[in-house]
Design a binder for this molecule. Structure first.
Ligand code: 26Q
Length: 822
């Protein structure tokens, strides 16, 4: 047995039983006879948490004694999902806890369903942060995740008459057994007010920020258990609260009521996660959220640094590296400058030296609408001193640009942190590149495009700053925990250390042609499909045949991700079946999971269209033996864990150049689904790993997309030249799918024709349709399909988030592991 897989010492089945029953009695005030599943779940969590906290204490002691350099992962989102199964697996306690509970007459699987998802994120970026902190702990690296303790995570999605309805997510209503409040580490954060300029004795200009209000940040710690259970790091999330002596000025001036109303405001800061990913909202509260958690986190880091190093700032950037998860925490850069210059009274150059050795920035998008910009006036109002500092950073940076490109005002305009115009805007991407020592994209192609299209001049100025770290996923959650049968089969074939050495999966390649292994592999897939079919039935009432191809598209709803391309093809199949009842196709179930940002009209229209088309097809006796469409409501991490092990086909069909990486593509492939996808994001690297013959690649490449746009793309060319496509688009305008309501789906057609089809859905339709036909034919060759599925799983080694973290450590963070003393 490898060391990482060592069993926890001194904790056996009867200890677990005792601990659970003890918590049932002493923490929950109930007993074995009265307890319902929820109480059992809480008691079991509490029993596990005892073990977790012991290891947390040891980890913190080791890190303190070794005065370790640590990475601080700043992210407005951590999409953690459920923690129980993960913690049990990582502690090596899953099996014996399962048995202990069985002996108590309780099913672990059932009680785990009681746990609400911790959905403090939108999608890919938030889930990536969660996978990364899992890997950091597993690799025994000193790390802290910093974020926001939202009272309400991403909304719960209901589907009413086909349309999305948003309901508040209340993940903490019955308490969160994993979190610990740390009142001893409360921080205070200033907002609003004005800046006073003073002249010190030495003639030095001193700036003093007189804040208009102060809010408290309450830290909640979520332990992050590494696989093997040795290192337990923390995710520290800040909750806002009104400070007691908040806004005294207003209060003293007789503004008692105003002072009270600002109290309410303080509490709204961490109230709710913004649900619009990939679009910039420009809302004041969002900027306050960002500053709030960055300011709290920096104070926390500095307090810890000072405990070891006092007022000597010279080692700060040796001990502290801060990774900015996109630009959402970019305001941390001027905040650290403010602390160093105004508070620690360092000179600007010394402060900048420290600052620009501390931060590194990950870019997750090229979409112009997703690049954060804030009105300078808004920053001035909320953070007046920070705006001054941003101007100063920019002023000095412009001098460097002048040195490099003398007299070139075009380039200055382009690189400036400040966008001039109607109203001045602060470009957070530029600020992040200028203030960081490293900038990375999240897949090879994405990083190339970041260099070539987004920041080419920055790349010229600092040729080593821009780099790539391809995303990854934790195989502990996304294979071992979510697909236990496949995991057991893999253990049997190649041993059990693949969860920490995922490249070992490659040893499965030699069994890819073995009939017995193929049978076992596909039997597990079928079992997972049966389980999902049951879930589908209970969630939607729809019956699906586990023998059909399960074709899955699960991701946020976006035009660039092209769920509507999938839908148009489904309509094409439907039409072919109606025109020719003996149309030869393998039975297929198309399954969707997707949330639309509440204000994204077309995204919501696409969800509605999927549901209306689904209803018509599923109830059409002429076709529903061969074709079904399911939209599973409220897609989230825990639902993904049920869908991914059951998928045969993985839809990764974004317009080339638009999906920075994708990570669902990796999870599906790891679980033996075959990808139908474009040459975009990490699909390209997946194709490279699995081999062109084990993936269905189609459609325009980035170069072809650029060329088509340059030529002048006209979607009508495709509409008039493809009779099937024309018929489908026209179909959308009838009331065939929305009886009595003709035109209810026409916004979709409009966006693809008069709307200009910005994501080239029509241009890729024919290639997609042909690739889907290849999928259909391939599935009929059961043996070869099994072989391809096995090879997909076997060749996913590269995409473990442990490899991503290794890349970050070597290229950016320069961290050492720290063994935790037993
Ligand atoms: C910004 C401003 C105001 C409000 C919200 C936002 C906001 C929030 C979330 C903007 C973007 C996001 C999330 C982006 C995201 O999830 N990007 C995805 O990141 C993944 C991890 O790198 C990639 O795999 C995906 O390709 C990328 O789309």
């Amino acid at each position: 047995k490898s060391k990482a897989l060592a069993e926890p010492v001194n904790f056996n089945k009867s200890d677990i039983k005792d601990a659970i029953v003890r918590h049932l009695h002493c923490s929950l005030g109930t007993d074995e006879n009265k307890a319902n599943n929820h109480a059992w779940w809480k008691a079991a969590c509490a029993a596990v948490q005892e073990q977790v906290l012991e290891r947390l204490r040891r980890t913190q002691k080791s890190h303190y004694l070794n005065d370790t350099r640590a990475v601080h992962y700043f992210s407005a989102e951590f999409l953690m999902g459920r923690l129980m199964s993960n913690n049990l697996h990582n502690l090596g306690l899953f099996e014996i806890t399962d048995q202990a509970l069985q002996e108590l007459g309780v099913s672990l699987t059932d009680i785990m369903e009681e746990e609400p998802d911790m959905a403090l994120g939108n999608g890919g970026l938030g889930r990536l942060a969660a996978c990364f902190i899992d890997s950091l702990a597993t690799m025994e690296l000193p790390a802290v995740g910093y974020g926001i303790h939202y009272e309400h995570g991403l909304f719960r999605q209901e589907i009413k008459n086909g349309a999305q309805i948003e309901r508040p997510d209340s993940w903490r209503d019955y308490g969160n057994p994993w979190e610990i409040c740390r009142p001893e580490s409360i921080q205070e954060v200033s907002l609003y007010g004005y800046v006073e300029t003073k002249y010190g004795e030495n003639g030095r200009i001193q700036k003093e920020w007189h804040p208009g209000s102060i809010v408290k940040g309450i830290p909640w710690d979520i332990p992050v258990v590494g696989f093997g259970g040795k290192t337990v790091n923390v995710l520290r999330l800040w909750e806002s609260q009104a400070s007691n002596y908040f806004n005294w000025d207003v209060f003293n001036a007789g503004g008692y009521v105003d002072a009270q109303s600002e109290n309410v405001q303080a509490e709204t800061i961490s109230k709710v996660l913004y649900p619009n990913d990939e679009t910039e909202a420009g809302k004041e509260l969002r900027l306050i959220q960002q500053y709030f958690f960055c300011a709290c986190s920096l104070k926390d880091i500095i307090r810890r640094y000072k405990r070891a190093h006092g007022d000597d700032w010279s080692r700060f950037s040796d001990q502290v590296v801060i990774q900015l998860n996109d630009t959402h925490p970019a305001i941390a850069i001027p905040e650290l400058m403010r602390i160093l210059v105004d508070r620690a009274e360092l000179g600007w150059d010394d402060a900048w030296e420290i600052c620009s050795k501390t931060f590194a920035y990950t870019n997750h998008t090229l979409l112009p609408e997703a690049l954060e910009k804030w009105p300078a006036r808004m920053i001035e109002k909320i953070l007046p001193r920070h705006l001054e500092i941003i101007y100063e950073i920019n002023f000095r940076f412009m001098a460097e640009v002048e040195k490099m490109w003398p007299g070139d005002n075009k380039i200055k305009q382009k690189l400036s942190i400040i966008e001039e115009g109607n109203q001045k805007m602060v470009r957070m991407g530029n600020l992040s590149v200028i203030g960081s020592f490293a900038v990375n994209g999240v897949a090879e192609i994405h990083s190339k495009l970041v260099k070539k299209n987004l920041f080419p001049e920055f790349d010229q100025m600092w040729p080593d700053k821009l780099t790539n770290v391809t995303n990854g996923i934790t195989p502990r959650r996304w294979l071992k925990a979510c697909n236990p049968d496949l995991s057991a089969l893999i253990d049997k074939k190649i041993g059990n250390d693949w969860p920490v050495k995922l490249e070992k999966l490659n040893d499965l390649v030699k069994f890819a042609d073995e009939a017995k292994f193929q049978k076992d592999f596909m039997k597990i897939k079928l079992k997972n499909k049966v389980a999902l079919a049951k879930e589908v039935k209970s969630l939607t009432g729809i019956e699906i045949d586990p023998k059909a191809i399960f074709d899955v598209q699960i991701k946020r709803l976006h035009e660039y991700k092209r769920q509507h391309l999938n839908l148009l093809h489904i309509m094409a199949l439907y039409r072919r079946l109606l025109e020719n009842p003996s149309y030869d196709m393998e039975p297929r179930v198309f399954i969707f999971g997707a949330k639309a940002a509440p204000g994204y009209k077309l995204a919501k229209d696409i969800i509605y269209a999927i549901n209306m088309v689904a209803e018509r097809i599923n109830n059409d006796e002429r076709v529903n033996k061969k074709l079904k469409v399911v939209f599973l409501p409220n897609y989230r991490v825990s639902l993904a864990e049920k869908m991914i092990p059951a998928a045969d086909v993985s839809e990764q069909i974004s317009t080339a150049g638009k999906e920075a990486s994708g990570t669902g593509n990796m999870k599906l492939s790891l679980n033996g689904a075959l990808t139908i996808g474009t040459m975009d994001g990490a699909n390209i690297e997946i194709a490279e790993e699995v081999g062109e013959e084990n993936i269905f690649i189609f459609g325009l490449t980035v170069e072809e997309v650029d060329k088509l746009h340059a030529q002048g793309y006209n979607p009508y060319d495709y509409y008039y030249n493809n009779a099937e496509l024309k018929a489908i688009l026209d179909w959308l305008e009838t009331d065939y799918f929305t009886p009595g309501k003709p035109g209810a789906l026409s916004s979709l057609k409009y966006s693809l024709l008069d709307g200009g089809d910005p994501y080239l859905v029509l241009a890729d339709f024919d290639a997609y349709s042909k690739a889907q036909h290849k999928v259909d034919l391939a599935y009929r060759d059961t043996k070869n399909w099994a072989r391809m599925a096995i090879l997909n799983c076997a060749r996913m080694g590269k995409f473990t988030s442990d490899r991503s973290i290794r890349d970050y450590v070597e290229r950016i963070w320069k961290l050492d592991a720290c063994k935790v003393d037993e």
